[in-house]
Design a protein around this ligand. Structure first.
Ligand code: G3I
Length: 471
């Protein structure tokens, strides 16, 4: 339909934000599709954390745009841990967790809750008041789980109920030191935690999450010990549904993808999902600034292998990377590693991003099985037209009511229902490429290269986001 556009008053300050997409550094081979698109088609969840800087509104705008454009599952780096949610006895603080859930609801993103029972980041009052007191510690942990899981019931799809409870010395046993829970209660705290979490939200997936599970199932390994515990829990009716392999690895750890596959197969026999929950593939810290194209290609190759395993194992559900950009990563801050993520410090996608996309495209949706029901994959974009059906995604998408509408004809965007709209355009990497305000009638997107973009039109509380192709 040809638009006869009336030249209405257009007072806008259009600023083509120089994106530098083709500039120095990495250029992205995929301009028309996102990880999120391909994950959704395959009924899988691929995502990353919201760093603490996001919660503190202290992060670049690109972060959120890329996050919600590229990913469909989210987890808080620190803000839903015990010390954050119950800083004082029986005084709960859900402010930051609510902020994440609101963001996820607005963008049709699944939420992981991390973590309920963990030896680390427990509020200080637990040990100082109750160390060694079994009954009190059981009451404290039960109350914590009931209140936190209850608060997020129906909004958090999956919980890391217990985190890192197996010891590190490969003697197939629990972590028995520096754990207020184990030292005060014994191993039964794990079983109880799952029972309490299930009672608080019977629909939530309940995971045991740990690191070094990617080192193989040999006798005495953490992975083999965890599989034995899962067998016992399942036999005893403990409501565990998933295991999380954190998979914090280095570029040299080339055998780990096949170990993850072996673990997935072992858990499939127990009807338990395996999720990759904290993947990063770091380089030794000293190599920062000295890495070559070959180094980044090797990192991409390893990322690709993990994605291949993930898509080929039918009981794998979530693929979560422990950070979006190298600009904000615990690796540099605490791990003596660096540059382990998909986006570089300037939010440009690295070869590892392309490798993930290549793996996704090499596994057609018709060939990828999923542990999840199809209904989980209706996201908000479907609901804008009111036909999102009865989505059971843990985040209930809310249909949006807006008087705004937009149409694109060539490079002219016409907008109805607004007198002074704010127009923002993002590329598929979620990077802002154009912005205009006080727009009435239409705006020219003259300088945008051909490709797929997300356009967001806002006026007051009304907001409309659409994906458009510039040809
Ligand atoms: O919030 C305080 C801030 O007020 C203070 O100024 C600052 C300096 O002391 O510390 C800030 O707290 C830090 C917190 O991250 C938030 O940034 C803690 O010191 C720091 O220890 C904490 O590190 C987190 C770490 O878990 C703690 O164990 C990392 O961000 C987080 O990425 C990391 O995540 C864990 C998973 O939860 C479990 N698996 C391993 C993974 C990596 O360790």
């Amino acid at each position: 339909m040809k638009h006869t556009l009336s030249f209405s008053r257009i007072a806008f300050s259009a600023a083509l934000i120089s994106t530098g997409i083709i500039g120095t550094g990495f250029s992205n081979a995929f301009a028309d599709e996102t990880i999120r698109d391909l994950a959704k088609e395959r009924h899988r969840f691929i995502g990353t954390i919201l760093n603490s800087e996001w919660f503190n509104d202290d992060i670049e705008p690109e972060f959120e745009e890329i996050h919600k454009t590229q990913f469909n599952v989210v987890v808080a780096e620190n803000e839903m841990k015990f010390d954050a949610t119950e800083p004082n006895e029986n005084e709960f603080n859900f402010t930051k967790g609510d902020k994440m859930v609101e963001y996820a609801l607005a963008n049709g993103i699944r939420v992981r809750g991390h973590a309920l029972a963990w030896h680390s980041q427990v509020a200080g009052w637990v040990s100082s008041n109750y160390a060694g007191q079994k009954d009190k510690l059981l009451a404290v942990l039960k109350n914590h789980i009931e209140k936190v899981v209850g608060h997020y019931k129906g909004q958090v799809a999956e919980w890391d109920v217990v985190n890192e409870a197996v010891n590190d010395d490969y003697n197939a046993d629990w972590r028995s030191t520096n754990s207020v829970w184990y030292e005060g209660i014994g191993a039964e705290f794990l079983d109880s935690a799952f029972v309490w979490a299930h009672a608080a939200d019977p629909n939530a997936e309940l995971c045991y999450n740990d690191y070094s599970l990617e080192w193989g199932l040999r006798e005495g390994s953490k992975a083999s010990f965890v599989v034995e515990q899962v067998k016992r829990w399942k036999a005893n009716g403990i409501p565990i549904t998933c295991v999380g392999t954190q998979t914090h690895i280095e570029i040299a750890h080339e055998t780990t993808p096949q170990n993850v596959r072996a673990l997935a197969k072992a858990l499939a026999e127990l009807d338990v999902t395996l999720n990759i929950t904290e993947l990063d593939i770091g380089f030794p810290k000293g190599s920062a600034g000295k890495l070559t194209d070959a180094d980044y290609a090797k990192q991409g190759h390893l990322y690709r292998q993990f994605m291949d395993v993930f898509l080929e194992e039918p009981n794998m559900g979530e693929f979560v990377i422990w950070g979006l950009t190298d600009a904000h990563s615990w690796l540099d801050e605490q791990q003596g590693k660096t540059e382990g993520l998909l986006y570089d410090k300037n939010y440009k996608p690295k070869p590892a991003y392309d490798s993930i996309m290549v793996s996704l495209k090499a596994h057609p949706a018709s060939e990828v099985k999923s542990p999840y029901p199809e209904s989980l994959f209706k996201d908000r974009m479907d609901c804008q037209t009111g036909n999102c059906g009865d989505s059971t995604i843990a985040i209930k998408p809310a249909a949006i009511a807006t008087h705004l509408s937009m149409q694109i004809a060539g490079r002219t965007l016409s907008i109805a229902g607004a007198n002074a709209a704010k127009v923002d355009v993002f590329d598929v990497q979620g990077r802002p490429v154009f912005s205009a305000k006080n727009v009435k009638g239409f705006v020219k997107l003259q300088d945008l290269a051909e490709g797929l973009y997300m356009i967001r039109v806002r006026e007051g509380s009304a907001s409309l986001t659409k994906r458009i192709a510039i040809r």
